[in-house]
Every structure is written in C-alpha cells, then in structure tokens.
Write a protein that binds this ligand. Structure first.
Ligand code: CU
Length: 146
C-alpha cells in the first residue's frame, strides 16, 4: 500500500517534468539584464524580452531567485503625472509573439537583494508559467548606462 503510493507520487513527478519541457520550452527569455545597484540598495529591476515560440498563448504568473528575498513582475503607470509601480499577477505572452520588459515598463522586481551585484555578474532567476512550469535564465549585471 505504502509502496504503491510512493510509485504514484514518483510517476506524477515524472509527468510534471515532461510537461515542463513540452510547454515551458516555448518561452524564451532573451538577454535578461539589470543595472548594477548602488551599494546597499536592496531592490533591483531586471529587464528582458519574453518570446513565445509556441502556438499557444503563455502567461507568466510568478518568479523566484535565490539572489533576493522576493521577485515579482511589475508594471509602471502614470497617474496624475507621477509614475507608479503595480504588481502584475499575470503577464500574457501571445502565441508567436513577445513582450518587452524594459525601463519605464514591465520589469522583474527584486526585493531584499543578497550580496553584491557587481558589473558582469550573472543573476539566476526563474519565471513560473500558468501551467506550473518554470523557465530559468541568468541576468547580466550592467553598469548604469551601458
Ligand atoms: Cu517594480
């Protein structure tokens, strides 16, 4: 009985892995980067282009990184002449299309950045899709204005 249950759990794990490859593989994270944060600044914004090479629409619903306490997709909007950030619970990437995360627009917001992000360093992170799959990449730290 116990053994059967273990096998079922193991099988589900294998199936989930296969699904991640089939579906998550359609999302391509192109040239992720961030500006070198000023010393002691605990927040940073990561930019990139998201390309959906698949025939089905995809949506990013979460993010994580070991390099920071929190990671979330944000957007910008202007209200009464002031720029505000807001959390984006679901970022849709149309089939065969792309979405740009760039300064002044969408970005991956990191809070509680651990350690120092020096120019040239690579920051690993993962985006979670609405099907539960994850797509991971490494963002390159640039010097401001580079
Ligand atoms: Cu933000």
């Amino acid at each position: 009985m116990h053994r059967t249950r273990f096998l079922l759990v193991a099988l589900q794990f294998v199936l989930a892995g296969a699904a991640a490859e089939a579906s998550g593989g359609a999302l391509e994270i192109v040239e992720p980067w961030l500006n070198e944060p000023p010393p002691g600044r605990p927040v940073a914004a990561v930019y990139m282009e998201l390309r959906n090479r698949g025939a089905e629409p995809l949506a990013v619903v979460g993010a994580r990184t070991d390099a920071a306490a929190s990671a979330a997709v944000h957007g910008h909007r202007v209200e009464a002449g002031t720029m505000h950030m807001y959390a984006v619970d679901r970022l849709d990437v149309p089939a065969g299309g792309s979405v740009a995360l760039r300064p002044g627009g969408y970005h991956l917001m990191l809070g509680g950045v651990r350690g120092t992000l020096a120019r040239g360093a690579l920051l690993p992170f993962c985006l979670r899709l609405d099907g539960g799959e994850e797509v991971c990449a490494e963002a390159r730290v640039r010097k401001f204005g580079e």
